[in-house]
Design a protein around this ligand. Structure first.
Ligand code: ZN
Length: 745
């Protein structure tokens, strides 16, 4: 494995020193033998891979005082890291046979729980070297990785994260690009002993050069093109690219969205320039477009910490007392501008803005528009609650070692109002939704509805915040099927556990999500209540969609908000088995450091048990958790119903659609009564063009099935079939040409 470690250097010329080549030295010793310990004198590097120490011997005859003397000079090489390229057996040997070694369906390693090398790791360079120990196991030849972050868990364990780079053939002429969702995280204890490895590397995405050559013609071309882009952007915005007189300041980074970018600094030159402070301009080398721009108070290429938009937070604040939507008295920081007071916390770099004016712009260069109020009584109650809850969640995670979403204090924009391109309805209401959106202009951005009580829920705020952490710390994977359901599961688990610890009035019986809105949407303790499954293959389970994009309107991306009950239900049962809220929170908080984007149910299960052992939770509890994971069938098939019997007393609903256009996506919606109101649940269509679903019998006279279809024009169409009560198995076959479709949107 060629490892290119990120070197953070102050670069003052238009020359990139972007990456260094990691040591690629490997030393073979017989499988099962103990690894040589680094630093022990007398152990000599073995360059010949023969298992024997190397010496370099010089023999010569020299004349001393007329006499011929034979001299033998033995040179031993300086100590180099001796890292054994370990097999699975070697790793088991290092762990007394107790290592967990888990693989993805394609055979690649996903997780190693246990020591994978005896080599000690106390910094990036050593973490990079340690990867040589799994070179063969991870098919690491021609893989290039770049160090992106190191995180210390509350117990002192440290996780080193690397992103995979490729000489991507999709972007000819570009020296490197990041492989989507491909990361490796090396876990070590506080003494530097390796404890785990989680990987979503893709060995098919090679990088034969192994590093980014700063003098290559490709890199020179990239610099020329990106500089032109930066200059054009600066000019359009009344500014110029910062230089020192004869050199241009340039840096090279992976941005928070994992795009490889060249960074230029721009500054305003005209009166009406909209450039704030110095602005770091991120130009994506893959397409030579401006990806992001971050206002900074000063230029400091030595550190990533200047990603802080400090310039917005240089305001005087005072504490003001408010009453929130639930009638609680809260004291919150406010600042004043010419229009009134607004919520801001310079300490946390957090400010509340109007979503509809701030995010409603074609240009990414949004203008921050705070939501002002004249007096404490005038402040919208939901807004008071949102800001108060955001502060609680921020502080809770910060106290547990995660400062803001990225662990480095990234500033946050709290958008009041849910604006995603859709205007308010005729009554002036926005969408009944909340969300973490993305990182824009260096801000982690959120939106909270201003018209509905969903914004009053601490668990919802903590859920969205957890999404933000997962995205910014390289845990977030493809948002569909199992990785999407895992994303939604972890957000619910941590969101609810944070609420249970912080809000004594929250529901402790059913572990509802969003109970503070008066209309809970999920119950972690009783998934069937809201038509969710308890285990893989249970009633309500949504099989994986075979479509990978654009299916959200047809089947919730393969049921990401349906199947996200399975892992939380395990957590609820772990609570019933005697673990406290604090212990459960600690386990899943710890796991955040170890997850990689492709973690599915079984990886989460193994990482959970691993976290329990790292946190000294009793062996008895780990065994019990293991049983729960088994009962949840987390290793089971999620692609077809072939292996699953219908649970007793339940009904099977099967719809086959013949002659559907090949360029469309479709699923089946089933109208069910859920907690008093009728809602649509989805069954996805599998490779055999059948949508299948197990359900409790549906007694409803007006029960309908709806075929949802996304056609190649991007529109979503529906065709509804009345079926009446479903009290026994239902199997329908329909011809596409016989159905009438109406465009939904
Ligand atoms: Zn979510």
């Amino acid at each position: 494995m060629w490892a290119c470690a990120k070197k953070k250097t102050h670069i003052l010329s238009l020359v990139l020193c972007a990456a260094i080549i990691g040591s690629a030295v490997t030393f073979a010793i017989p499988a099962g033998a103990e690894e040589p310990t680094v630093g022990v004198s007398g152990v000599i590097p073995d360059d010949t891979d023969d298992g024997l120490p190397d010496t370099f011997t010089l023999e010569d005859n020299i004349e001393i005082d007329g006499e011929n003397v034979e001299v033998t000079l033995e040179i031993s090489f300086p100590q180099l890291p001796k890292i054994h390229d370990n097999s699975e057996e070697d790793i088991q040997y290092l762990n007394d046979g107790k290592a967990t070694i888990l693989r993805y369906d394609n055979g690649e390693i996903s997780f190693i729980g246990g020591k994978f090398t005896d080599y000690k790791v106390t910094n990036y360079e050593e973490a990079t070297d340690a990867l040589q120990a799994v070179n063969t196991l991870l098919n690491g030849d021609d893989i290039c990785v770049m160090a992106v972050r190191a995180d210390e868990a509350p117990n002192g364990d440290v996780y080193y994260t690397f992103a995979q780079l490729t000489d991507n053939e999709a972007h000819p002429g570009v020296p490197c690009a990041v492989v989507p969702n491909a990361f490796i995280k090396v876990g070590v204890d506080k003494d530097g002993n390796t404890i785990s490895l989680t990987s979503s590397l893709d060995p098919t995405m090679q990088n034969k050069d192994g590093y980014v050559d700063q003098d290559s013609p490709e890199m020179t071309a990239v610099l020329k093109d990106t500089l032109t882009t930066a200059q054009q952007y600066a000019e359009e915005h009344g500014g110029k690219v910062v230089d020192t007189g004869d050199e241009i300041l340039v840096d090279f980074r992976l941005n928070i969205s994992n795009a490889v970018c060249v960074i230029y600094y721009i500054e305003p030159v005209t009166e009406d320039s909209d450039i704030v402070g110095y602005t770091e301009l991120f130009v994506n080398i893959a397409d030579n477009q401006v990806f992001d721009h971050v206002a900074v108070s000063e230029i400091d290429t030595q550190t990533w910490e200047n990603n802080d938009n400090d310039v917005y937070f240089d305001v005087e604040t005072e504490d003001m007392e408010f009453t929130d939507a639930l009638g609680n008295k809260v004291t919150l920081p406010v600042a004043k501008n010419e229009n009134g007071y607004y919520f801001i916390s310079p300490e946390r770099k957090m400010v509340v803005v109007d979503s509809f004016t701030t995010f409603n712009t074609a240009d990414t260069n949004f203008i921050l528009d705070p939501v002002e109020f004249a007096t404490a009584e005038d402040a919208p109650k939901r807004l008071v609650t949102v800001f108060s809850n955001m502060i609680k969640v921020y502080d809770f995670y910060a106290d547990n070692g995660i400062r803001s979403l990225d662990g480095r204090g990234m500033p946050l924009l709290i958008g009041y109002g849910y604006y995603n391109g859709v205007d308010r309805d005729p009554e002036g209401r926005d969408m009944n939704n909340c969300g973490y959106t993305s990182v824009v202009n260096g801000f982690g951005c959120f939106m909270f509805t201003d018209s509905y009580d969903l914004s009053n829920c601490l668990d919802i705020t903590a859920h969205e915040y957890t999404h933000g952490i997962r995205v910014c710390t390289n845990c977030h994977g493809p948002y569909y099927n199992n990785t999407g359901a895992v994303e939604e599961s972890i957000a619910d688990i941590l969101g609810n556990l944070i609420e249970l610890q912080l809000d004594p009035t929250s529901d402790t019986e059913k572990w509802y999500i969003a109970e503070a809105s008066g209309d809970p949407m999920r119950s972690l303790a009783d998934p069937h209540m809201f038509a969710q499954p308890e285990y893989i293959g249970d009633i309500n389970f949504v099989m994986n969609t075979r479509y990978q994009t654009g299916t959200s309107q047809c089947d919730d991306n393969g049921g990401v908000h349906v199947n996200n009950s399975i892992l939380p239900y395990v957590v609820y049962q772990m609570y019933e088995n005697g673990l406290s809220y604090e212990q459960l929170y600690d386990i899943f908080r710890y796991s955040l450091d170890a997850y990689v984007p492709m973690c599915e149910y079984k990886e989460v299960a193994e990482i959970t048990k691993f976290a329990m052992s790292r946190l000294d939770i009793s062996e008895e509890q780990i065994v019990k958790a293991d049983e729960l994971f088994d009962n949840s069938n987390l290793y089971g098939d999620t692609k077809s119903w072939d292996n699953y019997e219908k649970p007793e007393g339940m009904v099977s609903i099967e719809v086959k659609l013949e002659n559907a256009p090949t360029d469309c996506q479709w699923s089946c919606g089933i109208l069910k009564k859920i907690q008093g109101s009728k809602r649509v649940v989805f069954a996805t269509s599998d490779k055999n063009e059948v949508a299948k679903y197990y359900s409790e019998p549906i007694e409803d006279e007006d029960c309908t099935l709806t075929i949802f279809m996304m056609k190649s024009d991007g529109g979503v169409y529906t065709s509804t079939i009345n079926v009446g009560p479903i009290t026994s198995d239902l199997s329908l076959s329909k011809d596409y040409n016989d159905l009438e479709f109406e465009r939904l949107y």
